[in-house]
Write a protein of this length. Structure first.
Length: 462
């Protein structure tokens, strides 16, 4: 029943000069991740915690850690208040970061909660979804411009890592799907269909869906966005489980759980070691894994798009300015699609699409290749399609590169929140270029011109 061992972070990994934010950083894996980031010489680590007092205590404990004192005695360690139960707190947190933090290299969304009774958040949604998903999504969108700006300064991508779980495979959407007459948010807010045993599973499915969709709008050359599962970890996450469930979970943890130190290495790997091949991906045991198969089916794709639209709509109620940024991301995708449509007429690719690996498959990132060809002048030649060579695609088309315990514990179970769970670029090199949600139109264009796309499509001789 044991889990594969997570290897130590590769020797030579250095975060010198980097600024890192961790939600839920005062206990459990969030605290341990903060400590490990500092032993890798991170210059600034900011932990986001619900309680100011607990934040101060955690900062003092990290500073007192012997390894941190020896390796990185001059690091800046701070605590910012954040109540993930409340959109307004999430927005205030993001604004404080933007006002006081000039560069942000890593945002690790690690805070989470597992409650098995129906509760409403301060923002009016079901509480597990609010804490694990919605407020984190707002923060991620608010801080993406800062992550992108830092990437431009560094000349290397920043990181956005949202902690997930393989337990997403036990979600309820197959048996109880979101129907056309309801929104995703209404579906999960509905107390009549709520299941305490599976709500945490649903929240982790939603996290994966959001990561997939967001990564389709952001280039991996700017921000690598991924979703790691730390596995079963021996911390205090089970404290408020029902009495009948605790003995079973206790035995399971004893037989298979990782230590907080080992479990946190999965977060360090995803947030600082893993490359662009993990952009938009779910990771298990430090390897790309498919996650819930539901997301790879047509219903899953529809769910992802619907969740994205509703997330933006809900978030912009609290920050109308956010809509401008998100619209700029979406418009740029549409502009690139329009450019490709002008260069390459659409074609029918339904039979070919059936041969394409799933976007969550490890084979997906190595699937598309384009044949070498001479450089194309795209500025003036757009006016006359005859001037565009038809032997191979232009330079600006994508080349894909290869390349549960989270606890801030509260004496009151009704207030229990476990804080410690988790501009589209035109750069043609990033694995996240354009993204999987927009891929069909691009593939259509390739097929219409009969250019080589791996072994699925080959150009026919004239």
């Amino acid at each position: 029943m044991g889990q594969p061992q997570i290897p130590p972070t590769p020797p030579g990994t250095s975060l010198a000069g980097k600024t890192i934010i961790i939600t839920g950083g005062n206990a459990g894996m969030g605290f341990e991740a903060a400590r490990q980031f500092l032993t890798l010489k991170a210059s600034t680590v900011i932990i986001a915690v619900r309680s100011k007092t607990k934040g101060q205590e955690a900062v003092a404990a990290i500073k007192a850690n012997l390894e941190v004192k020896e390796v990185n005695p001059d690091a800046t360690i701070r605590a910012f208040e954040l109540d993930l139960d409340d959109y307004n707190s999430g927005l205030a947190f993001a604004r404080k970061v933007k006002a006081e933090v000039k560069e942000l290299d890593i945002l690790l969304c690690n805070g989470g909660v597992n409650i098995m009774s129906y509760q409403k958040s301060k923002s009016g949604h079901e509480r597990v979804m609010q804490v694990n998903c919605y407020t984190h999504f707002l923060i991620a969108l608010e801080l993406l411009p800062l992550l992108q700006a830092t990437a431009a300064i560094r000349g290397a991508p920043s990181r956005l890592t949202i902690v997930g779980s393989m337990i997403q495979t036990m979600h309820t959407l197959t048996k109880n799907p979101v129907v056309d007459s309801e929104t995703v948010f209404d579906h999960f807010d509905n107390q009549m269909t709520y299941s305490g045993l599976t709500r945490y599973c649903d929240s982790k499915l939603v996290v994966n869906a959001f990561v997939r969709t967001l990564s389709s709008h952001v280039s991996s050359s700017e921000v690598i966005i991924n979703n790691p599962c730390p596995g079963s970890v021996a911390t205090g996450f089970d404290k408020h489980l029902p009495a009948w469930l605790k003995p079973m979970i206790f035995v399971y943890r004893k037989l298979s759980a990782r230590s907080a130190e080992e479990g946190s290495r999965t977060l360090i790997y995803a947030a600082s070691v893993a490359g662009p091949e993990t952009h938009g991906k779910f990771l298990q045991h430090n390897e790309i894994f498919e996650g819930a198969p539901f997301l790879d089916h047509e219903g899953g794709s529809d769910f992802c798009e619907k969740l994205w639209a509703e997330t933006i709509q809900d978030a912009t109620k609290f920050d109308p300015e956010l809509k401008k940024y998100v619209t700029s991301l979406e418009n740029r995708v549409q502009q690139l699609e329009a450019l490709l449509a002008r260069l390459l007429p659409d074609g029918d690719v339904e039979s070919a699409l059936s041969q394409i690996p799933s976007p969550s498959s490890p084979d997906f990132n190595t699937w598309v290749t384009v044949e070498p060809r001479n450089k194309v002048e795209t500025t003036d030649s757009l006016a006359d399609e005859k001037e565009i060579p038809s032997e191979a695609p232009p330079d600006d088309l994508p080349i894909l590169s290869n390349g549960f315990e989270w606890s801030e514990q509260d004496d009151d179970p009704t207030n229990y929140i476990a804080d410690g769970m988790a501009a589209l670029s035109v750069d043609p090199q990033g694995a996240g270029y354009l993204g999987w949600l927009r891929g069909k139109r691009i593939v259509t264009s390739f097929v219409a011109k009969k250019w080589l796309v791996r072994s699925v499509f080959t150009r026919k001789p004239k």
